[in-house]
Design a protein around this ligand. Structure first.
Ligand code: NAD
Ligand code: IPM
Ligand code: MN
Length: 335
């Protein structure tokens, strides 16, 4: 925690985002107000809304507010209007992750016998390498990792595996990529400090197949930025869908960033039918990892479970609206 005196109220910066963002953020804020009324919620401009208002997705005041907050709660951003534009909402999101240096993106997926955690490196790799256009028209993106960047995410993953079932799967493409060979070497160097954790390597294409057919074999998976992006949507799909999948992005110091795995869902935006569970579960992760309040986090998780069982949204085969789920969560919290 950072940026405040012990007597002050905890400050959470809320970024409502685009598309279904404001719809699921409203549910998260209602739950937070009910559960932790002392927490100060501060709204800031971000994403497509910020591009429209001030021409940039991450205005300096928003970044400063996030830096000095105790935690950042972020709804999804992204708007088809800006897909081909020079200035895009996604740029603000990558910049925010990098500025907060939240390199460890925890993406849990749980259902029935499946209980896995994807630990995605979040501030390096293909997303942040040199890119451009050559004179002949060739366009390029590059993937780079420094051993230090691999070491810190590997260490974090081993720590998490140690506190869970003690199994770590490192996912790479070491049969092709230089960065993956570095990844594998560093993971095994770090493994020497964690003799109690069983470590295995898995090539990313096989990892995708294994996740689809036998997800229950996994405990913690650690992987680079883009592989983690893709595999986490797949892990969500095999454990109930994107509407349920939360994430926590943590650094070594400073505020964490908490957001759903899913995007702004333009195909259902404005209809009030988005599943707010991923956003609510991200809020539970914020309570636990961002504010150090595991009891309230657990209470919210249980309330979300109950609400989903009684009032499923269309993505789960039901007919409930976002507001119905939100109301059911509040009822579960108070009773
Ligand atoms: P998406 O995750 O927004 O949607 C994929 C599918 O899942 C859609 O059919 C959508 O309706 C459904 N879905 C997603 N969340 C749901 C929810 N809570 N309840 C019910 N259904 C849900 O992916 P996309 O359509 O490829 O991307 C849309 C935009 O979101 C893009 O601009 C993309 O860049 C952005 N995006 C942002 C984030 C983020 O802010 N963290 C994450 C992913 C994508
Ligand atoms: C996610 C999203 C983002 C990512 C996009 C919107 C930049 O897909 O959070 O999973 O790839 O990190
Ligand atoms: Mn993604």
């Amino acid at each position: 925690m950072s940026g405040r005196a012990a007597s002050d109220r905890p400050r959470v910066v809320c970024l409502a985002g685009d598309g279904i963002g404001p719809e699921v953020m409203a549910a998260a804020q209602r739950a937070l107000r009910a559960l932790a009324p002392d927490v100060e919620l501060e709204e800031r401009l971000f994403g497509a809304a910020a591009i429209r208002a001030v021409g940039t997705p991450l205005p300096p005041e928003t970044l400063e507010a996030c830096r000095t907050a105790d935690a950042v709660l972020k709804a999804p951003i992204g708007d088809p209007e800006f897909d081909a534009a020079d200035v895009r909402p996604e740029q603000g999101m990558l910049q925010l992750r990098a500025e907060l240096d939240v390199y460890a993106n925890l993406r849990p997926a749980r259902q029935g016998a499946v209980d896995l955690l994807i630990v995605r490196e979040l501030v390096g790799g293909l997303y942040f390498g040199a890119r451009g256009v050559r004179e002949d028209g060739t366009v390029f993106d590059t993937c780079e990792y420094h051993p230090r960047e691999v070491e810190r995410i590997a260490r974090r993953a081993f720590e998490l595996a140690r506190a869970r079932r003690g199994k770590l799967t490192s996912v790479d493409k070491a049969n092709v990529l230089e960065t993956s060979r570095l990844w594998r070497r560093v993971v095994h160097e770090v493994a020497a400090d964690y003799p109690d954790v069983e470590v295995e390597d898995l090539l990313v294409d096989n990892a995708a197949m294994q996740l689809a057919v036998r997800p229950e074999q996994f405990d913690v998976l650690v992987t680079e930025n883009m592989f983690g992006d893709i595999l986490s949507d797949l892990a969500a799909a095999v454990t109930g869908g994107l509407g349920l999948a939360p994430s926590a992005s943590l650094g070594d110091a400073g505020p964490g960033l908490f957001e759903p795995v899913h995007g702004s869902a333009p195909d259902i935006a404005g209809r009030g039918i988005a599943n707010p569970a991923a956003m609510l579960r991200s809020t539970a992760l914020l309570l636990e990892h961002g504010l150090g309040r595991p009891e309230e986090a657990r209470a919210l998780e249980v309330a979300v479970e109950r609400a989903l069982a009684s009032t499923p949204t269309p993505d789960l085969g039901g007919t409930a609206t976002t507001a119905d789920v939100s109301a059911a969560v509040l009822r579960a919290l108070s009773g």
